[in-house]
Design a protein around this ligand. Structure first.
Ligand code: PEP
Ligand code: MN
Length: 286
């Protein structure tokens, strides 16, 4: 880790708190809970999700509109239309939104509509993208590469930091291994190590780490117990009908019970879960 300068802790108490919106932060005492679908599918879908999550202790919404799909024949995301949907639910429900940026050419439009720009695993070492995101005035959620070492992960964050953006959130989402039983292997050891060596907040994504919805809640709880600053979980009103990542997606009911079950664990590790950041509008969506 010798070449990292900006990502490493200057002393044991050094930590960066990243502001997602006026009321939502990550990296401080409060845990960040992010929920939402793998892909934004429609305005109605996002309304149902936002209205439900806004009543829970959930602080931010996720949803992909530019999707990095293994097959070019699979749904690639709603693009600009999806960004407009995200911006409208963000305004109506007061929840900051996180969405993935895959290319330098998408940065301007995404930064105009979203609160946090996500770099997906497949782009963790897209250095031109990282450099360009260093010039953006919005937080970046940087996901660990599919087979990236901890050092490579930290150095990818260093690219963004050294190009001028101090607001980087790390995201552990599992790494490739030999066992196809789970989609990836959630590396909670890396979470503990990264908390020790860097001052950056770290969020855990147990959805992509496991690929199976029945494994998500227990690993989310384990992540909070081992010191993660937050979790990001895929959920959907009809999980089996999700256009992408259906098998790992929770129902909204299961998401709500997961979030409530985290409260006692948060207290046990000296953290707290703020009440939801969202507001439910008085007029229903038509
Ligand atoms: C996602 O968060 O929707 C995603 C594609 O994740 P990852 O980059 O971790 O595979
Ligand atoms: Mn997904």
């Amino acid at each position: 880790m010798q070449k990292a300068k900006l990502a490493l802790k200057a002393n044991a108490a050094h930590k960066t708190v990243v502001q997602l919106s006026d009321r939502v932060t990550v990296g401080g005492h409060d845990l960040l809970i992010v929920g939402g679908p793998c892909s934004v599918e429609s305005q109605a879908q996002m309304e149902i999700i936002a209205s439900r999550l806004a009543t829970a202790p959930v602080q931010a919404l996720r949803g992909g509109v530019f999707k990095p799909r293994t097959s070019p024949y699979d749904f690639q995301g709603l693009g600009l239309e999806g960004l407009q949907i995200l911006a409208s639910v963000r305004d109506r429900y007061g929840l900051p939104v996180i969405t993935e940026v895959m290319a330098v050419s998408q940065i301007e439009a995404i930064a105009a509509h979203a609160d946090v720009l996500q770099v997906g695993s497949r782009n963790m070492q897209n250095f031109d993208l990282l450099k360009a995101l260093g010039q953006v005035n919005k937080p970046i959620l940087l996901k660990r590469g599919l087979a990236a070492t901890i050092e490579e992960f930290v150095m990818a964050a260093e690219y963004i930091l050294s190009h001028g953006n101090p607001n980087v959130i790390l995201c552990e989402r599992g790494i490739r291994s030999f066992d196809p039983y789970t989609r990836n292997v959630l590396d909670l050891g890396a979470v503990v190590a990264l908390k020790q060596i860097t001052h950056l907040p770290i969020v855990v994504d147990p959805s992509h780490a496991t690929g199976k919805r029945e494994l998500v809640a227990d690993l989310a709880r384990a992540a909070v117990a081992c010191g993660a600053d937050g979790i990001m979980v895929e959920c959907h009103p009809e999980p089996e009908k999700s256009v992408s990542d259906a098998r790992q997606t929770l129902s909204l009911e299961d998401m709500m019970s997961l979030v409530h079950s985290l409260e006692a664990i948060a207290v046990a590790v000296g953290r707290s879960i703020p009440s939801g950041a969202g507001v439910v509008p008085r007029l229903s969506f038509v």
